[in-house]
Design a protein around this ligand. Structure first.
Ligand code: PGA
Length: 243
């Protein structure tokens, strides 16, 4: 894993956006894996500016989002579908039919998961996957557990994640308990992965991810098995690394 320690959130975001831009310049029909949460918002803002300056064209880009809450429809402000359109897709020239986000209100969640996985496979897997990381080391909603799911699945959110995500909801009781998430295998089949982290609250998870030890209790540690991962973090998230 290559590690890039940037001075601050803006620099972290810009480096990530540059990587995405270069990937699309290299392959106009890139299959992009995307993440939600606070961390990638800066990267999306830079990509929107790059698009406005005509440095990048999303017209042939295909996207797959990592996850979606079960029970939240696309018009719910807390859904990841809503997030992606309001933070990114509404401002670039991506085609609607090229956007894939799991449907959290599907009548048949199992089928939704297997169709989603099949669709990623049909596109030949993801060229560049953008990841955040939870304070507990989760990637997507692959939470610390004895067993990790390899394929897209319905995941139960951990207590830690419910607490971390409650800031987006009116009350903790409104945070969904389940989500559809790509599995560890869906993520690991990506040709290239960039993981972003900002802030001291991520420092422990980053140290553990880079510990060269693998444990399902810190799902991000599996990234050590992947041949092409960039960990792009700010100084605060790097605080516990011996640099
Ligand atoms: P955050 O979430 O970007 O909002 O910190 C990251 C994650 O939980 O994966």
């Amino acid at each position: 894993m290559r590690v890039f320690i940037e001075n601050d959130y803006e620099k972290m975001s810009l480096r990530a956006a540059e990587i995405v831009k270069q990937q699309i310049q290299k392959k106009h029909n890139t299959i992009l894996g995307l993440a939600t949460g606070s961390t990638p918002i800066g990267m999306y803002n830079y990509l929107i500016s790059m698009y406005q300056r005509q440095e990048v064209d999303f017209s042939d880009v295909v996207t797959f989002n990592l996850d979606e809450y079960v029970g939240l429809s696309r018009d719910n402000k807390n859904s990841y579908n809503y997030f992606m359109y309001s933070k990114f897709f509404n401002y670039i020239n991506i085609k609607k039919e090229n956007i894939h986000i799991p449907n959290g209100v599907s009548k048949d969640l199992e089928k939704e998961c297997s169709d989603y996985e099949y669709n990623i496979e049909k596109f030949g897997y993801i060229d560049l996957q953008v990841l955040g990381i939870g304070e507990n080391g989760h990637i997507g909603f692959n939470e610390p557990a004895e067993l990790l799911e390899t394929r897209t699945h319905v995941a139960k959110l951990s207590e830690d994640t419910i607490k971390a995500n409650k800031r987006f909801f009116e009350s903790i009781d409104d945070v969904p308990l389940y989500a559809i998430s790509m599995g560890i295998g869906s993520i690991m089949k990506s040709k290239r992965i960039i993981l972003l982290a900002s802030g001291e609250n991520k420092a422990k998870a980053i140290k553990e991810t880079l510990s060269n030890k693998l444990t399902t209790k810190i799902p991000a540690t599996v990234l050590a098995l992947h041949p092409n991962v960039d960990i792009i973090i700010d100084k605060d998230a790097a605080k516990l690394l011996n640099t």
